[in-house]
Design a protein around this ligand. Structure first.
Ligand SMILES: [Zn+2]
Length: 253
């Protein structure tokens, strides 16, 4: 199943019926997000996941501030604001873009305006600073306004501290795109994998924009879309971007 098919599968019949025949998966996903409710699931400690706005969004809420992994679809802003308030969030501090795709970065603008510093790989900044075409989606994304672009760049790895939680950010190398990061919440024992792992299917590889299926095979730490190896090596509870959050025990094969 390719990415386009997957996106359509994730889109409601209502959303597709409301679209013109020329619309592609990006338009369908945006319309679906506009109609969807945001489901909140608490994972462990103060880490939760928000589902219903493009890729899943991991959230860490601490008295010192809130950290989000990915920013979802912009049209979901009111519902995501309400979900954050429901989790006790009082101030936004960080947003980490796992990669440049719009279903993970479209909310950057409002979140930056609300006070968040945006972190991402340098190639995410590159793609968001110029028009970028994904042929498989028949779509060209315009450059983001300067305020919606990341200002803290993570080329290899970085560690943050928020309240008692230690957050590590690690570059995956060439995989789903050329800009993928994954994020570990060390104390909560949760890892947010972005789009390098999809629940039940091999991820779409955005080769036009630097993605690579993996030059060194699934056991090589720095290449390819094989992050489940990271997950069970590090004994973490994975939180991937598309599909339901998975327990470690169901991700080990
Ligand atoms: Zn993606």
């Amino acid at each position: 199943m390719n990415r386009i098919t997957t996106l359509h599968c994730l889109t409601s019949v209502f959303a597709l019926a409301a679209l013109p025949l020329s619309a592609g998966p990006v338009e369908a996903i945006n319309l679906d997000a506009a109609n969807a409710n945001i489901e909140v699931r608490r994972l462990r400690d103060n880490v939760s996941v928000l589902m219903g706005s493009g890729g899943n969004i991991a959230v860490l809420v601490e008295p010192d501030g809130t950290l989000m992994v990915d920013s979802g679809i912009a049209v979901s802003e009111p519902k995501i604001r309400a979900a954050l308030e429901g989790l006790g969030s009082t101030s936004l501090k960080y947003v980490i873009d796992t990669h440049y795709h719009w279903d993970h970065t479209d909310g950057n603008a409002w979140l930056h305006s609300a006070g968040a510093t945006i972190l991402a790989h340098p190639n995410t900044l590159k793609h968001l600073s110029e028009p970028t075409t994904v042929p498989e989606w028949n779509h060209t994304f315009p450059a983001f306004a300067s305020g919606a672009r990341p200002t803290v760049l993570v080329r290899d790895h970085k560690t943050l501290k928020l309240g008692p939680e230690r957050i590590t950010i690690q570059s995956v190398g060439l995989s789903h795109t050329d800009s993928d990061l994954f994020v570990r919440f060390e104390n909560a024992d949760v890892v947010a994998l972005g789009d390098v792992f999809w629940n039940g299917m091999f991820p779409f590889i955005d080769t036009t924009n630097g993605g690579h299926r993996g030059r060194h095979g699934p056991d090589h730490h720095r290449s390819g879309a094989w992050p489940t190896r990271h997950s069970f090596r590090s004994r973490r509870l994975p939180r991937h971007a598309h599909g339901r959050a998975r327990q470690r025990a169901t991700t080990q094969e």
